[in-house]
Write a protein that binds this ligand. Structure first.
Ligand code: UDP
Length: 236
């Protein structure tokens, strides 16, 4: 029996681009391989995909664009990542559905939570794209919301360049140490950054645990669902 039966993974755009603009097929293929192994172990997998490898609304706003329009561009960027991931998952033989919060019938299903849950029950991986469909939100927040709505047991947050939550930024402070476990209250009190504030609040209020793990740590998701203590577990 795996530790979790239904998980939601949040992958940021940075995970897809390998630090560059666009999609790095080698990186996406390796993400897909790992997710295929997790799905094959009988765990139901939902994924929320970010889009920072294409556009971030706040950055375009700083360059002079209207924020809402820029955010819509950001949301559309996430859909390209979804399609890339779907393609590589299907190459691994995993049945996959993309559901988007902005309707685009030619490329994806609309976001219908009950249908998403049916897909999950049938062993299909469900990828949620286009964020919440609303400007001024982030895909971290969508990850928390979707996890709650489809009754996932945990949000797995993939981070680039760091493998958990540390006492201080390990890139700046070599004495920083990693937390294996934390409560939301401790994270708040110590001002530790787990996710953006809205996502954090949603998880805390609704007691949705978060595991922060390193995106570069190959096989981490598989080992987490098997019960290995990897990264940092944040609980109520
Ligand atoms: N975005 C949005 N509403 C949402 C989710 C995302 O407006 O519900 C926009 C926002 O502009 C954001 C961009 O989409 O900057 C990409 O998402 P995010 O920055 O969360 O991606 P990540 O940092 O995870 O790659």
């Amino acid at each position: 029996m795996t530790r979790y039966q239904r998980i939601l993974i949040k992958l940021s755009g940075e995970n897809f681009g390998g630090g560059e603009v666009g999609v790095d097929p080698i990186v996406v293929a390796s993400i897909a391989k790992e997710i295929a192994a997790v799905a094959a172990s009988g765990v139901q997998v939902a994924i929320v995909v970010g889009g920072g490898n294409f556009f971030r609304g706040s950055e375009l706003q700083q360059a002079g664009m209207d924020r809402s329009r820029a955010d819509y561009m950001g949301m559309l960027g996430t859909v390209m990542n979804c399609l890339a991931l779907q393609d590589f998952l299907e190459k691994e033989g995993v049945d996959t559905r993309v559901q988007t919060a902005i309707t685009m019938g030619q490329v994806a299903e609309p976001y219908i939570p009950r249908k998403a849950m049916r897909h999950l029950e049938k062993g299909r991986v469900v990828i949620f794209g286009a964020g919440s469909g609303m400007p001024y939100f982030s895909t971290d927040t969508v990850a928390a919301q979707r996890a709650l709505e489809v009754h996932a047991e945990v949000v797995l947050m993939a981070k680039n360049g760091v493998d958990g939550v540390y006492t201080a930024d390990p890139k700046k402070d070599p004495t920083a140490t990693k937390y294996d476990e934390l409560t939301f209250g401790e994270a708040l009190q110590k001002q530790l950054k787990i996710a953006d504030a809205t996502a954090f609040a949603l998880c805390m209020e609704n007691k949705m645990p978060i595991v922060v793990y390193g995106a570069e740590d190959e096989g981490a998701v598989y080992r987490i669902v098997q019960g290995e203590k990897i990264g940092t577990l944040v609980t109520a």
